[in-house]
Design a protein around this ligand. Structure first.
Ligand SMILES: Nc1nc2c(ncn2[C@@H]2O[C@H](COP(=O)(O)OP(=O)(O)OP(=O)(O)O)[C@@H](O)[C@H]2O)c(=O)[nH]1
Ligand SMILES: [Mg+2]
Length: 458
C-alpha cells in the first residue's frame, strides 16, 4: 500500500521517552539500516547474528568515544511494532547522552522521525488499521479509567471488528446485486429485495448505535463542563471546595464574593468533570466588576454540558424555582436543581423538598456523594460498557454519518425499486466511507494530518 510515499524507505530515529532527565531514556530506530547502523556503534557483539526479541547489554561507541552503557532490544522485521527492523536503545536518561547517541545515528544516514511516524509505518505495513492507530494516540492521551478502557478496546481492534462485520455484510449484499446484473438479460432477480431491505435496516441500526455512542465518547475524551450557577451567597464556592475536598475558592458571607470564574477538574468514577464556580447572579447590580462577573456566569451557563443550579433552601420559594426551571427548559440547558444549606432546614424553609431537587449541605458535606452519583448518571445514563464500542473520534463520527446517509440512499433505492446497477453504486459509496475509517481508502495528505497529531517517537 502506498509504496511511493516520500521517505518511506528511510531509516528513522527518535527519542521515545519524554525529553529531560530520567533514570532511563529510550531511543528508537526503525528501518532497513537500523541494525547495521547501531551495529557500527556496538562493538561488543555482532547484532546481525542475534535472534529477534533479545536484549543486549554493552557500550555504545562512536569511534573512540564511549557514549554510554546501554541495553539494546532487538526486533527483526516483520515481528516489530513498525513491521520493520527495530532497535530500542535504553540509555541513561541524560539529555546530553541521548543527543550524542542520536547524533551518532543520524551521522550514519538515519533521519529524525516525524511525529507518529513509527505508528504510521505500522499502519502502512498492515500491523494496525487506521482506527487502531488512532487509538494508540488516544491511549497515550488518556487520563482517566474510562478513556483508557475505550482507547484500549479500539487499539485491540474492537471498533475495527465491528466495521469489518459491517463491511462483510455490505460486500455480500453487493455480490448479490452484481449477480443479478450479470443475468439482467434473463430478467431474474437473485437478490430477494425484502431480505436486502432487512439487511440494510440492521446495518443502519448498528451505524446509528455507533453514532449515538459519540456523545458518550466525547464525554470520555474531553470531560464534562459543569457550571455551578445561583444567586450570591447560595454556597456555590463552598460546594466547589467540598466537591474538590480543598479550599480552592474563597467563601464568605458577603454576597458577591466570587467575581471571576474558578475552574477545577474533578474525576468521578473515571469521568472528568470540569467544575466552574461562577459569580452569583443577581439581576440589579450597581457594581461594574460584579456585573461583568454576572455576564460571564451567564456565558458559562450556556456553554456548560450540565448546570448545577444551587439555591439556599431557606431563602428560595417554589415560584422562584419554577421560574428558573422554565428558563433552563426554554433554553434547552441540561440542569440539576441543588438545594443547599439543608443543615439549617426547618428554621425559615420556604421550599418543599421534591425528588427533582438534590438536598445537600455544602458546608457539612451531606448529600454530596449522592450529588456526585447524580452527575455521573446524568452524563452517561448507565454504565460504560467497555465491551461495546464507543466512538470517540470526530473523524470516525463524520465518516459514520456519511455511511448512514449512503445506507439511507440504498434503502430508498430498494423502496422505489431502482435498477440494480444504481443500487450497486450506492453500496459502493457506503463501502467507501467505511474504508476511510479503517484506512483502506485514504490519501497521503490525510494520513500525514492524522499522524502529525501524534507525539514524536510513537
Ligand atoms: N449553614 C450553611 N451555610 C453555608 C452552606 N454552604 C455555604 N454556606 C455559607 O454561605 C455563605 C456563602 O457561601 P459561598 O460559598 O461564599 O457562596 P457563593 O454562592 O459562592 O457566593 P458568591 O460568590 O458571593 O456568589 C458562607 O458564609 C458559607 O459559609 C451550608 O451548607 N450550610
Ligand atoms: Mg462564590
Amino acid at each position: 500500500m502506498n509504496q511511493q510515499l516520500v521517505g518511506w524507505d528511510d531509516t528513522i530515529v527518535a527519542l521515545a521517552t519524554p525529553p529531560g532527565i530520567g533514570a532511563i531514556g529510550v531511543i528508537r530506530v526503525s528501518g532497513k539500516k537500523a541494525i547495521t547502523v547501531v551495529n557500527e556503534l556496538f562493538p561488543s557483539k555482532n547484532l546481525q547474528e542475534q535472534v529477534t526479541h533479545t536484549p543486549h547489554v554493552g557500550y555504545l561507541k562512536d569511534g573512540a568515544t564511549v557514549l554510554d552503557e546501554v541495553v539494546l532490544s532487538l526486533f527483526k522485521n516483520p515481528r516489530s511494532y513498525t513491521g520493520e527492523d527495530v532497535i530500542e536503545i535504553s540509555s541513561h536518561g541524560s539529555p546530553f547522552v541521548q543527543e550524542q547517541i542520536i547524533q551518532a545515528i543520524t551521522a550514519r544516514g538515519v533521519r529524525i522521525a516525524k511525529p507518529g511516524e513509527f505508528t504510521q509505518r505500522a499502519f502502512l505495513n498492515g500491523k494496525l488499521d487506521l482506527a487502531q492507530a488512532e487509538a494508540v494516540a488516544d491511549l497515550i492521551a488518556s487520563n482517566t479509567e474510562a478513556s483508557r478502557k475505550t482507547a484500549l478496546h479500539n487499539m485491540r481492534g474492537g471498533f475495527s471488528s465491528d466495521l469489518h462485520a459491517l463491511r462483510e455484510q455490505l460486500i455480500s449484499f453487493s455480490a448479490l446485486i452484481e449477480l443479478e446484473l450479470d443475468f439482467s438479460q434473463e430478467d431474474v432477480a437473485f437478490a430477494d429485495r425484502t431480505q436486502l431491505s432487512g439487511l440494510i435496516a440492521a446495518l443502519t441500526q448498528t451505524v446509528q448505535q455507533l453514532l449515538h455512542s459519540f456523545r458518550l465518547g466525547n464525554v470520555i475524551r474531553n470531560g464534562v463542563q459543569v457550571a455551578i450557577i445561583g444567586k450570591p451567597n447560595a454556597g456555590k464556592s463552598t460546594l466547589l471546595n467540598t466537591l474538590l475536598n480543598e479550599n480552592r475558592a474563597i467563601v464568605s458571607d458577603i454576597a458577591g464574593t466570587t467575581r471571576d470564574t474558578v475552574e477545577e477538574v474533578l474525576n468521578i468514577d473515571g469521568i472528568l468533570f470540569r467544575l466552574i464556580d461562577t459569580a452569583g447572579i443577581r439581576e440589579h447590580t450597581q457594581d461594574l466588576i460584579e456585573s461583568i462577573g454576572v455576564a460571564k456566569s451567564l456565558e458559562k451557563m450556556r456553554a456548560a454540558d450540565i448546570v448545577l443550579y444551587l439555591f439556599d433552601i431557606n431563602e428560595t420559594t417554589e415560584a422562584e424555582l419554577a421560574q428558573v426551571t422554565a428558563q433552563f427548559q426554554k433554553e434547552s440547558i441540561p440542569y440539576l436543581l441543588v438545594g443547599n444549606k439543608a443543615d439549617r432546614q426547618g428554621t425559615t424553609a420556604m421550599f418543599a423538598a421534591s425528588e427533582n431537587v438534590h438536598l445537600i449541605s455544602a458546608q457539612q458535606h451531606t448529600g454530596v456523594d449522592a450529588l456526585k452519583k447524580a452527575l455521573v448518571a446524568r452524563t452517561i445514563s448507565g454504565d460504560i460498557h467497555t465491551e461495546a464500542t464507543i466512538v470517540t473520534n470526530a473523524r470516525h463520527y463524520d465518516a459514520l454519518q456519511k455511511l448512514a446517509a449512503a445506507l439511507d440512499d440504498v434503502q430508498q433505492g430498494l423502496d422505489t425499486q431502482v435498477p440494480g446497477d444504481l443500487l450497486a453504486l450506492d453500496i459502493r459509496q457506503a463501502l467507501h466511507y467505511l474504508g476511510t475509517i479503517t484506512g483502506q481508502i485514504t490519501n497521503e495528505d490525510q494520513l500525514d494530518f492524522i499522524f502529525s497529531k501524534f507525539c514524536i517517537g510513537k
